[in-house]
Design a protein around this ligand. Structure first.
Ligand SMILES: Cc1ncc(COP(=O)(O)O)c(C=O)c1O
Length: 357
């Protein structure tokens, strides 16, 4: 079976050497030397400051809301993303308010944000969907005018720069997932990047049960640490990122050249670099999408309808209004496999099937 994602396994000997080191030091968790090294290396690699490795992208989102301490307030967010973009808001006792997306970029449409702002709004939480940068300038302007925080879900955007700087530099906080299926991973894991130094110090404490000294607990915390084995995986992955980028770039460019006249491709933000993390295609209607999905399955190729369901239909949220565009795109999108494990024959079948339908 060919799936949309395939877990990348870095060089086995390098990983083994790290594991041997862990056995020798006996240090498995609690902000060990490998976690500290990974955080430093990631800051250098990405050109960001105040990066904290967190147990998952979902936990990083939750931590971001927790340190804001805005219980009961509203967060304007996108209905078109992975479920965690909303669940983190709800789990931290905030209320998601949806602003519909742009049907070409699949990102939150900034023109839909302003009319949703009330006295209870505390933040805007967009997602750079499939690594496509949001309209950062417009969102930033709205946030500044209304004194709101911006928390970006940049889970898909490890390889993206916006106006020459890594995309994690934007917003008050930015979150990324390092789940095993991602372009860069730590098995499970994620990171939170925080602009404000005081908030960064607070996040470090909250990540570690709220403990701020040997016999002192400063605030309500969680356990959102990553461990040494996960950090070792991250350090191995970092060394191979150039190859991973190049492989994906080739596949992405090949699919683009073959499919651009047959399906709708995501409209890219012109101020940002292209992400090679996913390859979404949108069909004319749901029937076409279903026909392609079924035909691919006959060849053991599992394309996925990311992101379905549209988050405004989640059973635990009260939707402020029907997100027409998000539901429409969710009904006719497929993400096709695009990783180094996709054999040329398989990508040919994918392309021929889409063209055929
Ligand atoms: C957009 C988005 N946000 C958040 C997450 C959650 O990340 P994690 O799986 O690391 O908790 C994901 C995971 O795939 C995601 O795609």
């Amino acid at each position: 079976m060919t799936y949309v994602t395939k877990i990348y396994m870095p060089d086995r000997e390098k990983f083994k050497a790290y594991i041997d080191g862990i056995y020798e030091s006996g240090w498995l968790t609690n902000n060990g030397p490998l976690v500290q090294k990974l955080e430093k290396k990631l800051e250098e690699f990405l050109g960001v400051k105040n990066l904290l490795c967190i147990s998952s992208g979902t936990d990083a989102l939750q931590l971001a809301y927790r340190i804001l301490e805005q219980d009961g307030k509203e967060v304007i967010t996108t209905p078109f993303s992975f479920v965690s973009t909303t669940s983190a808001i709800v789990a931290e006792r905030l209320k998601p308010v949806y602003a519909d997306i742009d049907s070409q970029t699949y990102n939150i449409n900034p023109d839909n944000i302003e009319r949703l702002i009330t006295k209870d709004t505390c933040a805007i939480a967009p997602c750079h969907v499939f690594g496509n940068a949001c309209d950062i300038d417009k969102i930033d302007k709205i946030a500044k005018e209304h004194d709101l925080k911006v928390i970006y879900d940049a889970s898909h955007a490890f390889d993206v720069k916006y106006k020459g700087k890594h995309i994690l530099n934007y917003g008050d906080m930015s979150v990324i997932s390092f789940h095993a299926t991602k372009m860069f991973h730590t098995i499970e894991g994620g990171a939170l990047v925080i602009k404000d130094d005081a908030l960064y110090e607070k996040a470090k404490i909250v990540r570690n049960y709220g403990i701020d000294g040997p016999d002192s607990v400063a605030m309500l915390g969680v356990n959102a640490k990553i461990n040494e084995v996960e950090a070792a995986m991250g350090l191995c992955m970092l060394e191979e990122e150039d190859t991973i980028f190049e492989d994906r770039k080739k596949s992405h460019e090949f699919y683009t050249s073959q499919l651009k006249d047959y399906v709708q491709l995501q409209k890219k933000n012109e101020h940002a670099t292209q992400s090679y993390s996913y390859f979404p295609v949108v069909f004319k209607n749901e029937e076409e999408m279903s026909a392609v999905r079924a035909a691919l399955l006959e060849h053991d190729i599992a394309a996925r309808q990311y992101f379905k369901p549209s988050l405004d239909t989640l059973p635990y949220v009260k939707c402020n209004e029907v997100m027409v565009k998000s539901r429409d795109i969710a009904s006719r999108i497929l993400v096709i496999p695009m990783h180094s494990g996709v054999e040329p024959l398989v990508s040919k079948i994918i392309i021929d099937t889409i063209k055929g339908v």
